[in-house]
Design a binder for this molecule. Sequence first.
Ligand code: SAM
Ligand code: DTB
Ligand code: SF4
Length: 332
Amino acid sequence: MSSQALEFIRPAPVDTAAQRWSVAAVEALFKLPFADLLFQAQQIHRQHFDPNAVQLSTLLSIKTGGCSEDCGYCPQSAFHNAGVENRKMLEVNEVVKAAKAAQAAGADRFCMGAAWREPSAEDMQSVVEMVKAVRALGMETCATLGMLDDEQTEQLRVAGLDYYNHNLDTAPEFYGDIISTRVYQDRLDTLERVRKAGMHVCSGGIVGMGENLTQRAGLIAQLANMEPYPESVPINNLVKVEGTPLADTADLDPLDFVRTIAVARITMPDARVRLSAGRQQMSDAVQALCFLAGANSIFYGDQLLTTGNPEVERDRALLDKLGMYPFAEKNH
Ligand code: SAM
Ligand code: DTB
Ligand code: SF4
């Protein structure tokens, strides 16, 4: 292959320092012809992963609704009327039961989500028990509980938490249009604490919230420029829930969603890129394009937190049809 062709496959991402992505460079990737973008993403994907293996995470809402934050997309915010029933925190035995069922269905990671701005000291005691109990089953553990302080990150690390999910959600420039009750820097601070405590970072965002292309590129640049970038990057397609401020947002073109996955893969070659919320509304063909673009992780199980996800049988059939298999089954 000529050096010119190689340059084309892997364009220099550089802004100033090595590994840093300018928003303009990320935006330029988004603007590539679709086939060129997918070809680059697939090449990079194959250099770093088995392209036919997918990681399966099951989500459980351990505390639902009544959240004091005003995130415009979220049905669990107390500011919106999305008809979500507020529920108190689950008992540890209920969580273990759900984790066992997820494991039996083939999931290797179990993610516990709570509708909190941040957990209280009392909440933390229960979460620590949950993490220990799920870990004891031999599953990878993940939690998403809102903002954390140094003591809480340490408690979670000691309990054996493998991943902490905390999303940047969008570009700094668009963030204020979506959330007013906490600032972007709060999110970066929590991610920094998680990293410092020695846990793996899971952080991504939502597309289809009305952001423009530069803002979409801005989210990816923020993630890719973290040092190091997150091990796990969930890309959510907005699930439009009646009663939330974003319920009437115009649909994102599915091919633009695929492009976002491809750009995440190119800019974060070693990360698990998760094709996250929004799969229930996606055709098998679009999901297949996302896998081709470098997605290698999904939420697996009929429910996300409060909204639906494809049934296990549909996902198994899709993976079979594509000749794909869970990472765990191939010892990856
Ligand atoms: N309360 C914690 C927090 O916000 O950090 C954890 C749970 S919160 C529901 C986790 C993530 O779910 C959000 O950051 C957002 O990215 C995603 N999310 C929530 N509602 C969504 C929706 N309607 N569509 C897509 N993603 C959504
Ligand atoms: C993430 O990035 N997406 C998941 C998980 N992390 C916690 C949550 C999606 C939530 C979709 C809306 C709902 O079901 O309430
Ligand atoms: Fe609360 Fe998290 Fe929903 Fe925001 S995304 S309203 S913090 S549950």
